[in-house]
Design a protein around this ligand. Structure first.
Ligand code: NDP
Length: 333
C-alpha cells in the first residue's frame, strides 16, 4: 500500500561557502498523482554524488537546483503505478527522483533496469559510477598494457573502479586519496600498485616516486592542485580524462589550479578531454557485460557505503565532500 505522506528534502538556501545542514529542510507533502506519461515511483536508494554540490552553483550538464525545491539527485526506484505504456508496477528504474520518498516522473526520463541483486549494485558498479569509470578510462584515457595510470579521488566511487579496471588492463596503477588509511586500503584491498596521500605536503615528489617512468593516463576527478601536480609528470602523448573537478565544488573556487597548461599540452602532445557518461549510454549493455564478468570472477571488488534514512541525506552528502566515504555512497530510503 502507498503511504499518503511524501517526505522531501528541500534545498532552502544556496551555500556561498561550504555546504552545511542549514541549507536543507525536511518537509512533508501529499504523495503525487502521476499524469499521463508519468509513473509514480517509490524511491528505494538515493545516489550521493559529488556533482550534487556542483548543481547548486549553476547550470552544468543539467539545470541548476533552485532554492525551495526538492533537492535533485539520482535514485533507484520501484514503480508503484504507471500512466505510461512502457512501465508497469514493480519495475525498477533509475532517474532523477530527487531526495524524497515518492516522485511522479515522466517515463521518458527514466531508465528501466533489470532487477538484479543486490539492488545497490545498480547504483554503484552497474550505475553511473561504474559506467563513468569504464567509459572514461577506456574511451578517453585509452590505457595500454604497461602504461602508468594515475587516478585522483581514488578511494571514491568512480576512482576505486577506474583503478581496478586499469589494473585488469595490465597497467601500473597509482591512486591519489586523502589520508593513510585510504591509501593503505587501495594497495592492500583493491590491488593498486601504489597510493599517494594528497594531504601530505610533498604531493609532487610523492607522485614522482610512485610513477618513476612518468604518467601515461591521468584520470582527473578533482582538478586544482592535484591536476597541476600531475600535468608536468605526463609522458609525451599522454591522455588526461577530465571526469570532474571536486576540489572546486564545495566553497569558493580555489585560487590555485593548473598553471602552464597550454605549454605543457603542446610540448608533450597531450590529449586532455572532458566527457559526460551520458554520451556513452547507447553502449551501456557492453559495459555492463564486461563489468559483470570482472565482478563475478573476483577481479573487480565493489565497495558500497550505504546509509539508512532519507533524513540523513544532507549529512551524507556533506560527509562525501569531506571524504568520509569509501566507494559508492548512497541512502537507503
Ligand atoms: P566520490 O565517491 O569519488 O567521493 C568524492 C571523494 O572526493 C571524497 O571521498 C574525497 O575523498 C575526494 N575529495 C573531496 N574533496 C577533495 C579535494 N579537494 N581534493 C581531492 N579529493 C577530494 O564521488 P563521486 O564518485 O560522486 O565523484 C567523483 C568525480 O567523478 C567527481 O568529480 C564527479 O563530478 C565526477 N563524475 C563525473 C561524471 C561524468 O560523466 N563526467 C559522472 C559521475 C561522476 P578523499 O578522502 O580522498 O579526499
Amino acid at each position: 500500500m502507498t503511504d499518503t505522506v511524501n517526505r522531501q528534502i528541500l534545498l532552502v538556501e544556496k551555500p556561498a561557502g561550504k555546504l552545511g545542514p542549514e541549507h536543507f529542510r525536511l518537509s512533508a507533502t501529499a504523495v503525487p498523482e502521476p499524469k499521463d506519461g508519468e509513473a509514480l515511483l517509490r524511491v528505494r536508494y538515493i545516489s550521493l554524488d559529488a556533482a550534487n554540490r556542483a548543481w547548486m552553483h549553476g547550470a552544468t550538464y543539467r539545470a541548476a537546483v533552485e532554492t525551495n525545491t526538492v533537492m535533485a539527485g539520482g535514485g533507484l526506484a520501484e514503480v508503484v503505478s504507471s500512466k505510461a505504456a512502457e512501465l508497469a508496477p514493480g519495475d525498477i528504474v533509475f532517474g532523477d527522483t530527487g531526495w524524497q520518498d515518492y516522485a511522479a516522473v515522466p517515463a521518458k526520463h527514466l531508465t528501466k533496469l533489470p532487477r538484479i541483486e543486490p539492488l545497490t549494485h545498480l547504483l554503484s558498479i552497474y550505475g553511473i559510477a561504474g559506467l563513468t569509470a569504464y567509459f572514461g578510462l577506456l574511451e578517453i584515457g585509452k590505457p595500454k598494457a604497461g602504461d602508468t595510470v594515475v587516478v585522483s579521488a581514488a578511494a571514491g566511487s568512480v576512482g576505486s573502479i577506474v583503478g581496478q579496471i586499469a589494473g585488469i588492463r595490465g597497467c601500473r596503477v597509482i591512486g591519489i586519496a586523502g589520508g593513510k588509511d585510504k591509501c593503505h586500503w587501495l594497495t592492500a584491498e583493491l590491488g593498486f600498485d601504489a597510493a599517494v596521500d594528497y594531504k601530505d605536503a610533498a604531493l609532487f615528489r610523492q607522485i614522482k616516486a610512485a610513477a618513476p617512468k612518468g604518467i601515461d593516463v591521468y584520470f582527473d576527478n578533482v582538478g586544482g592542485d592535484i591536476l597541476e601536480a600531475c600535468l608536468p609528470q605526463m609522458n609525451n602523448h599522454g591522455r588526461i580524462a577530465c571526469c570532474g573537478a571536486i576540489s572546486q565544488y564545495d566553497g569558493a573556487p580555489s585560487p590555485h589550479g593548473p598553471r602552464g597548461v597550454p605549454g605543457l599540452i603542446v610540448v608533450k602532445r597531450l590529449i586532455m578531454q572532458g566527457f559526460i557518461v551520458m554520451d556513452f549510454m547507447d553502449r551501456r549493455d557492453q559495459a555492463t557485460a564486461d563489468l559483470q564478468t570482472w565482478v563475478s570472477s573476483g577481479k573487480l571488488k565493489v565497495q558500497e557505503d550505504v546509509i539508512d534514512g532519507l533524513e540523513n541525506t544532507p549529512r551524507a552528502l556533506i560527509g562525501l565532500l569531506a571524504g568520509e566515504n569509501r566507494g559508492k555512497r548512497m541512502i537507503r530510503v
